[in-house]
Design a protein around this ligand. Sequence first.
Ligand SMILES: [Zn+2]
Length: 248
Amino acid sequence: MITKRGVAIIASVGLLALSYGALQLNRNSVYYSMTKSYVERNLEHIMAEQKARLGISCAGEPLLHFEKSPIILTTYVLNKEGTKPILDKRGRPVKAKMILEANYIPADDSLMFYTSEVSTPGLLDRIVRAVTFSGKTRPVDGTINHELAHRYTDAVCKSLGKKGWALANQSLSEGIALSVEVLMTGNEAESLNEIPPGSIAGYNAVKEIVAGYGRQGIDYIIQNAVPGEDLTQFKERALNDLAMMSGR
Ligand SMILES: [Zn+2]
């Protein structure tokens, strides 16, 4: 038999769960509008900075799309199947953190931002992450710089008639975007955190090329990479060729 007190407890637990859910939804909306206004306000000057520092530019601004991804309640980073937490070197589950997911979509020349966290750890963690977002803009700047690099790569590929290049040379394509991101934000450790090994290999192969030659280096990579070529050999060949071409 459920007592009156029992009913009251059940009711208040229900109310608590409801308001917690509403709070989560509300935070998701706040995060959405913060991200949207940040990207809209900063896109132009980030594009100008890329042009000034690396010579990278495309015609006009890309379209911007924002989407709220569904909230997934989990405290840890899960494996691809979503069944088990990923463990660190000491066997402890890796805690989830804020990730601003984004894509460059060539079909309509747009940047797509998914503006909620991949995972939703505890309430305190979310507040910390919101403060981190507004106080320290690097993670978002990194994402914008990264996707703009994909946009530039796509434009060069199109102009050279190499439409499927990025897919056929995925690690180099990711390497270019990561190199631009790191050069523009100056935070290598943050940019390389949780990046798949293939992309890290691409990054190690091209970072000096992009850092030393900017746009010329990126154009060289797209024009001269041979799918399947050993990345260390490619790097050596590229740095030699570029040094010759620019009389260094
Ligand atoms: Zn990328």
